[in-house]
Design a protein around this ligand. Sequence first.
Ligand SMILES: Cc1cc2nc3c(=O)[nH]c(=O)nc-3n(C[C@H](O)[C@H](O)[C@H](O)COP(=O)(O)O)c2cc1C
Length: 374
Amino acid sequence: MNTYGDMFRVTVFGESHGKAVGAVVDGCPANLPLSEEDIQKELNRRRPGQSIFSTPRKEEDKVEILSGIFEGKTTGTPICSIVYNKNMRPKDYSKIKDTPRPGHADLTYRLKYKNYDYRGGGRASGRVTIGHVIGGAIAKKLLSYTYNIKIIGYTIKIGKIEGDFNYYKNPEVFENEKSLERLMEIIESNPLRCPSMNEKEMEEYVLNAMKNKDSVGGVVEIVALNVPVGVGNPIFNKLNGELARGLMSINAVKGVEIGVGFKAAEMYGSEMNDEMYFDEDKNVRFKTNNCGGILGGISCGTPIVLRIAVKPTPSIGKKQRTINLKTLENVEIEIEGRHDPVIVPRIVPVAESMVAITLADLMIKGGFIHPCSL
Ligand SMILES: Cc1cc2nc3c(=O)[nH]c(=O)nc-3n(C[C@H](O)[C@H](O)[C@H](O)COP(=O)(O)O)c2cc1C
C-alpha cells in the first residue's frame, strides 16, 4: 500500500531516521525532458528549517535520479529518485519508544505491525512526503509539457484566522499570466505561504501557540488551471473522488472540499448553479465556478478548486496524558525532538503533488496523454 496511481504509478519508500527516502515513478511516458533540477526545486519548497514555522531539522534534501532518464529525457522506464537522510537525532525519540504520542500514528503502527521504527515517527513521519513531492514534480512537468496545466497551492486560514485571499474572492488573479506569476512570488516569499493581507496576524497566532508549547492547523487551497474538459469518470472514479482520495492520503489532512465545498449546503440552487453562455467564438463559458471545475465527476474546463483541512502538529511540548505499553501504566509526556509548530506551509507542495499525480494518472488512463511516448 505504498503505491498510488494505476498507470502513472508512484511508489514512495523510506523512514525519517533510516538511510534514505524517495520514490519510484513507473508509467511516465518517454521523451519528457526531465532533470534533477526539476525535482530539486519542488523539494526545496518542502524542505525543513526554512523559517521559524518549520522544524529546525537541517536537511539539504538533495535528490539523485538513479534511473529512467537518457540524454535529458525520460525513457518510459521506472524513474528512481533518492534523498539521503543526513541530520538524524534518534536519541530525541528514546522517551517515546513505549509511550505513543497522542494524535500521532505511533500507537496504530505499533499495534498493527509489532515492529515499529519509532525514530522520528519512522514511516509515519512527514518526511516520507519527499516521495510524494518527487512524484508530483514529475507529474507537474508532464502536465505542463502536454497541456500547460498549472497547479498552485497556498494557505487561506491558520487556526481561527481566516485570510482575505482565496480563489472565490479573487478569481481574476488566476485569469492572467502576469498576476498569476506575481501571486506565486508572494506565496513563495512568505513563511506561511499565505498571500493574504492579514498574514502577520496569522504569524502572531502561531508564535503565541509556540510560546504555549502548542501547535496549530489551517486550511490550504489548491487551484489547477488549464485542465481540459472531460478528465474523470461519471460514476465511480469520479475526478472529485480521485482528487479527494489523493489529498486524504497525505498525513495530517482531515478534510477535503471541492469548489465552494460545505458552503454549498447553505446555498439556494439559484446561487449555487454556474450559469452557462457562449462567448464570441461559441466556446462554452460559465458565469461562476462554484462547482470548482467538476460536474458529474468530469472536468468542465474551469479552474479546479480544492481545499484541505490540516490538523495541528501532533507532537507538542505541552504536558499530555498517554500510556506506557511496557509498564502498562498511565503516564504523562512532554514531547522533545524537532517538530513543525504548524504543518500547513510545508504541506502546500505535497498537496499540489497529489493533485498533479492524480491528474497525470487520470489523463493517461483517459487517453489525453499517450501512455508510452510523447
Ligand atoms: C509535511 C508534513 C510535516 C509533518 N511534520 C510533523 C512534525 O514535525 N511532527 C509531528 O508530530 N507530525 C508531523 N506531521 C504529521 C504526522 O506525520 C501525522 O499527523 C501522523 O503520521 C498521524 O497521521 P494522521 O494525522 O494522518 O492521522 C507532518 C506531516 C506532514 C505532511
